[in-house]
Design a protein around this ligand. Structure first.
Ligand SMILES: *Cc1c(COP(=O)(O)O)cnc(C)c1O
Length: 382
């Protein structure tokens, strides 16, 4: 079962043009079957059995003891920060180049996000720039495995240990990625995933916190469910939230986890296709291609290049869109935005944001469609 791919744009000859999507969910018979089971059972709220099954399956996949499913990746991040006691007296280190949710979750707690520049080779938070940002108020760091490339976790963990910082991984783009043979999401005190519709596996909306700390897991379960005391109904020892995932979402999640490795194989072949077929554009100085670090096995979430020559990045996005090719600019650096920033200069993040372009990376793309993307780039950049 595939998504409808036609949009309402008209091509020159008047017919609808086929859109090549950047990312789309891959849903099939197993997902439908599980949703049907959930509906037939009458259990569609968070009390259904798929929720625990999804938590177990995904945490086991990542090699972490406990999973706490949530309503989104953003609520997973917020839940993690609250469960670890982050509050308004604290600073939390985050990369500037990430999706805003990473910093928003920090702001929700009253703590201050402090931005760190990116590594120019693999775009994640640069461990060498981390230490300079530590102050007496710094309590935690949130490394983000950006576009599915893992952060340098050994370096980050050793700086965190030296300064007594909590590590919370934002692995929203990194399902199945690994660092030196261990899964992304298995390094932090807590790690947070998103299952939004454009992520590698999806539940529509949804998220999960993973931890191997039983007390932290228990605290997150309580906070997720209004802060209600586990053994005393309608008694609240803390102010909680309703961040629960529904059984319908988890029903889809259970089917998706089982297919994650298969998705990663397809993602890798898209990656290899682009890398092989765009190599000459890199040699000619028009593009910089992503080159993974030797310690990284990526999730290949979005194939993201830097535009070095020819027409500018934003012009290129428009021209590709006219050909039915959906691309997206890199994230914007958060330190430049008024709700978060103030006067910082982080040159690497700014340069990556100015020139970064993500190409269609949906696992359902055919080789013909990938060829259309490559030809489009070739003809517009030369
Ligand atoms: C998608 C994403 C999130 C937020 O996830 P939602 O499920 O959309 O709330 C957080 N961080 C990063 C890096 C993301 O890509």
């Amino acid at each position: 079962m595939t998504q409808k791919r036609l949009n309402s744009d008209e091509s020159d000859d008047g017919g609808p043009i086929k859109r090549i999507p950047i990312a789309e969910p891959c849903l099939g018979a197993a997902e439908l079957d599980n949703v049907t089971k959930a509906v037939e059972s009458g259990w569609i709220s968070s009390a259904g059995s798929f929720v625990a099954e999804f938590e177990e399956a995904f945490s086991r996949y990542c090699g972490v003891e406990f999973g706490v499913a949530t309503s989104s990746g953003t609520t997973a991040l917020h839940l993690a920060l609250v469960a670890l006691g982050i509050h308004e007296d604290h600073e939390v280190l985050v990369p500037s180049l990430t999706f805003a949710a990473t910093a928003n979750a920090v702001v929700y707690t009253g703590a201050k996000p402090v931005f760190v520049d990116s590594h120019s080779d693999y775009w994640c938070l640069d461990p060498e720039k981390l230490e300079d940002a530590v102050t007496g108020r710094t309590r935690a760091v949130i490394p983000v495995h950006l576009y599915g490339h893992p952060c340098d976790m050994d370096a980050i963990l050793s700086i965190a240990e030296k300064h007594g910082l909590l590590v919370i991984e934002d692995a929203a783009e990194a399902h199945g990625a690994d660092y030196k043979g261990r899964k992304a999401g298995s390094f932090g005190r807590i790690s947070c995933f998103s299952f939004y519709g454009n992520k590698i596996i999806t539940t529509g909306e949804g998220g999960m916190c993973l931890t191997s700390d039983v007390a932290v897991a228990e605290r997150m379960r309580i906070l997720r469910d209004h802060g209600m005391a586990p053994n005393r109904r309608y008694w609240h020892d803390m102010v909680g939230f309703n961040y629960r995932m529904t059984n319908l979402q988890a029903a889809i999640g259970v089917a998706q986890v089982a297919r994650l490795d298969e998705f990663l194989v397809q993602k890798r072949s898209i990656w290899q296709y682009y890398s092989a077929n765009l190599a000459d554009l890199e040699e000619d100085g028009l593009l910089a291609l992503p080159h993974p670090q030797p310690w990284a096995a990526q999730s290949y979430w979005l194939y993201t290049v830097l535009i070095r020559g020819g027409i500018g990045r934003d012009e290129l996005i428009k021209s590709l869109a006219n050909r039915g090719i959906e691309t997206r600019p890199a994230f914007q650096p958060l330190h430049l935005m008024s709700p978060y920033g103030g006067g910082q200069v982080l040159p690497i993040a700014e340069e990556l944001a100015r020139t970064g372009l993500s190409l269609p990376s949906s696992i359902q793309l055919s080789e013909e469609e990938l060829a259309v993307v490559v030809d489009g780039l070739r003809s517009l950049l030369y």
